[in-house]
Design a protein around this ligand. Structure first.
Ligand SMILES: C[S@@+](CC[C@H](N)C(=O)[O-])C[C@H]1O[C@@H](n2cnc3c(N)ncnc32)[C@H](O)[C@@H]1O
Length: 270
């Protein structure tokens, strides 16, 4: 393919600035959309989210078995959740003392305001932070387990987030990620949906809108223990923002949903 002719430098800088500004606008709008979604959701559904029976089904089905394995040598597991939203799917685990959970979400303050406005409480209250900055906040090897659901593909830099997760989870600890396959495409590349994530041979791979491929988990000392792709409907999650109301448009219940679990290898052994 013939190399593309480059615009003059001053023009290029302006074009880059313009593109960055556009991305910024799209992200800000994406955050506003996210808050609007949860405001509307909490207005209508909080009563159901506070029903403890729904917390069981929302809890990731395979995570219990993995935490049991981890807990064998650790008195109290410390877990981290990236991008929990206002109503983490891990509430049941916290309620049952499976682990102590620290959740981070850049919209934590907005979510706190929404919850307070209704006088509601929930077992998980995220703190305001980007997944891209975890090690600055927590230091290395702080957690036994990290979890993210439907969130890595909402971040600005998913590779950076996974690098940070690999730093803050101790050797021997676990990383459990789940979410929609190719949500960028599914959502028409709108708002925060700027990445297509795909599990491939035990790795998480990111495709961008131009189908450029990057392996997000390469070189981080993450050994895959489990990879699963299933129609979302088989995840058994029908609460916490995943209610199907028979809306017009695409039936997303049959979109592919991935689960990937890795163990952090002993860093001293390379
Ligand atoms: C679709 S919600 C998922 C919420 C919840 N985990 C679930 O499965 O219902 C995506 C969340 O990712 C958060 N998010 C966006 N950018 C992020 C970042 N850089 N680091 C961590 N979380 C981020 C959003 O604020 C939002 O709460």
């Amino acid at each position: 393919m013939a190399p593309q002719a480059l615009a003059p430098k001053h023009l290029r800088r302006r074009l880059i600035g313009w593109a960055a500004a556009r991305r910024g606008v799209r992200r800000r709008d994406g955050f506003e959309e996210e808050v609007d979604f949860w405001r509307d959701y909490l207005d209508k559904h909080h009563a159901s989210v506070s029903d403890r029976r729904l917390w069981v089904a929302a809890f990731p089905p395979d995570l219990r078995r993995w935490t049991e394995l981890l807990a064998a040598g650790t008195p109290e597991l410390e877990a981290l959740e990236l991008g929990s939203g206002p109503v983490s799917l891990l509430a049941w685990g916290v309620d049952h003392g499976l682990f102590r959970l620290t959740a981070v979400d850049p919209l934590a303050n907005e979510y706190a305001t929404l919850m307070e406005a209704h006088g509601w409480s929930y077992p998980v209250t995220p703190i305001r932070e980007d997944g891209e900055n975890l090690s600055k906040l927590f230091g290395a090897d702080r957690f036994d387990l990290a979890y993210a659901s439907n969130a890595l593909d909402h971040t600005r830099a998913p590779r950076r987030c996974i690098e940070e997760i690999a730093k803050v989870v101790r050797a021997g600890g676990l990383v459990y990620c789940e979410g929609f396959v190719r949500e960028g495409t599914n959502a028409g590349w709108s708002g925060l949906h700027q990445h297509d994530l795909v599990p491939e041979n035990g790795h998480l791979v990111r495709y961008d809108q131009r189908a450029r491929r990057a392996v997000l988990t390469e070189g981080l000392g993450l050994e895959c223990l489990q990879q699963k792709v299933q129609p979302f409907i088989e995840r058994g999650l029908t609460s916490h923002g995943y209610e199907w109301s028979g809306e017009k448009g695409r039936d997303w219940r049959y979109d592919h949903w991935f689960t990937l679990v890795w163990q952090v290898k002993d860093r001293s052994r390379g």
